[in-house]
Write a protein that binds this ligand. Sequence first.
Ligand SMILES: C[S@@+](CC[C@H](N)C(=O)[O-])C[C@H]1O[C@@H](n2cnc3c(N)ncnc32)[C@H](O)[C@@H]1O
Length: 273
Amino acid sequence: MSKKYSKEAAARFWSKRLKSTDPLAAVLTYNAPKILNEIYDKWEKESLKMALSHSLAGKKALDIGCGTGRISLALAKLGADVTCADLSAAMLKHLKLEARKRKVVSRIITINSSADKLPLDDNSFDIVTCFGLLEHLPPPVRRKTMIEAFRVLKPKGKMLAVVNNSRSVFLKNSYTMKEQQRNGYFVSLVGLKWLEKICEKQRMKVKVLAANPNYAAMYYMLSNSAGSISTKSQRGIREILRQSLKKDLGAASTSKFSSILASHFLVELRKAN
Ligand SMILES: C[S@@+](CC[C@H](N)C(=O)[O-])C[C@H]1O[C@@H](n2cnc3c(N)ncnc32)[C@H](O)[C@@H]1O
């Protein structure tokens, strides 16, 4: 990175982005047709539920780069006490309002903090989640963020993160920013290899739990044409996407099909004994 990363500029970028679009597009794909973001949101939430036990009552969770609280609120619904950390005050305000609406506000604490320097104790969380954040951090900040996440995770706790599939035929030529843009935005592909390397150094075990090859294939076919799809065919498309989601949730995450076509992996990280 030749230019210094500005947390203030990143915070301004994300707060502005939330004001400029619907809450799902603000934290998922900005220009995607709504239906694609809705199905992706379901894949992450359903995969998250499959990775956790049914009740998280009495458990302490931390959601890093929580945004509007898609994942934080799902954890709170399962019974966890959730600390939600984000740089953007606007995101946290939105999250608190949603928590009130969904009657889980008593289980939510928000902290306006950068992911690479969390004002939290060592070994204090049973679950740490990090969805949709890592690719928005330049490598040095990303590395520090992972080390912070491992620091606050209890010895028997688990971290769940979503990373990109850098071998995906669809993602190959995307996400290539070398430095943060003037407007505060940064994005760059974060693959399994990068994660495995840092986990090895930090003595963490990595396991791929879920992948989305069927959805990703549909996404890349539809995202170029969705603007011109008639209302009638949109119903059919919704059904195809639902079926893709079902297939992804029931399929092996480490198949060859997944390794070439999936755009995202849900991974579990645990401290090695
Ligand atoms: C793509 S959104 C994902 C939000 C949420 N995790 C989700 O999946 O819905 C990225 C979030 O990371 C936050 N963020 C960006 N840089 C950050 C940093 N250095 N520290 C903490 N949060 C950050 C943004 O404010 C934004 O809310």
